[in-house]
Design a protein around this ligand. Structure first.
Ligand SMILES: C[S@@+](CC[C@H](N)C(=O)[O-])C[C@H]1O[C@@H](n2cnc3c(N)ncnc32)[C@H](O)[C@@H]1O
Length: 276
């Protein structure tokens, strides 16, 4: 390192003069934002607690708080977790529906399935992916645990990611099917969220598409009395979504769980007791 010091040394007065005019502000800013980030991580009791409890992310606490308040799970239920990765909601669902529940997770990105969870990789906005999910659910034994352990999907985690045929919610072939044979599900969860752009209207619109797809799916597969939880990015169109939820569920709540960061525009709709 001496050579570096020697090389730099003639420049020191120049750098010092430059820094006097510009670097100080720059240094202070970087320092304070990285300090804020560090503090947030260290002080985030949910992040710490998730690690302690072996949960895949702090998101688990949002679902735990929702369940604490509205009691959405019961033992033996079938649960579909849309946008499950990395898997903490599925972990909660497995725990809350044991010993005989079944949990199916769907996500567009590949992830290691949490223990006891069957998974399908694919874009949930694809009609083909939705049809595949509905086929999986049609057989109530598929993905259900045995006395000697869990039955996993017969071909391992399913990868339908190549089916990227995007559909608008309410327009898919899969959406046409709604009959009692398909209504095998007790709880539909959707924590789906695309990568946000920072442009409020765009992020809200993208989130509404995902919510409408989840709600249409809930309409197709939920049993009478079934429950629904859906993350949404707040904005002008969420009132219309709430109205549609009220048509399908006896009780509808809007919640911002304590563990959801204040600065985030996310909130949750909880639809309880699907009408007959
Ligand atoms: C906030 S994360 C979910 C966290 C999860 N609930 C947990 O507890 O670990 C949102 C997920 O939605 C997924 N997602 C977004 N758009 C999707 C789509 N069109 N189809 C399937 N998954 C999607 C993302 O890949 C991401 O993994």
């Amino acid at each position: 390192m001496p050579s570096l010091v020697l090389t730099l040394s003639p420049l020191v007065p120049v750098l010092r003069a430059f820094c006097n005019s510009t670097c100080r502000t720059f240094t202070v800013k970087r320092h304070s934002s990285s300090k804020r980030w560090q503090a947030r991580q260290q002080n985030d009791r949910y992040t710490r607690e998730a690690t302690v409890q072996g949960l895949k992310s702090r998101a688990a606490f949002k679902l735990l708080q929702i369940d604490e308040k509205y009691r959405i799970f019961r033992s033996g239920q079938t649960v579909v977790d849309l946008g499950y990765a990395p898997g903490s909601w599925s972990q909660v669902a497995v725990d809350r529906t044991k010993p005989n529940g079944r949990v199916l997770g769907i996500d567009i990105i590949p992830a290691q399935p949490p223990k006891g969870v069957s998974t399908i990789q694919g874009n949930f906005l694809s009609a083909e992916v939705q049809r595949y999910v509905q086929d999986f659910l049609r057989d109530p034994r598929r993905g259900r645990p045995h006395e000697d352990g869990y039955i996993m999907p017969d071909r391992g985690p399913e990868d339908l990611s190549q089916h990227a045929l995007d559909i608008k919610a309410g327009n898919s072939g899969a959406n046409q099917e709604s009959n009692s044979e398909l209504r095998t599900v007790d709880v539909v969860l959707s924590d789906m969220m695309m990568n946000t752009s920072g442009v409020n209207f765009k992020d809200h619109a993208g989130s509404m598409d995902l919510c409408h797809a989840a709600l249409q799916f809930g309409y197709n597969v939920l049993k009478t009395g079934g429950n629904f939880v859906c993350k949404f990015y707040q904005g002008a169109e969420d009132k219309e979504l709430e109205k549609q939820l009220r048509e399908l569920f006896r009780r509808v709540h809007r919640l911002k769980p304590e563990s959801s960061r204040n600065e985030s525009k996310e909130a949750y709709f909880i639809g309880l007791e699907r009408r007959g």
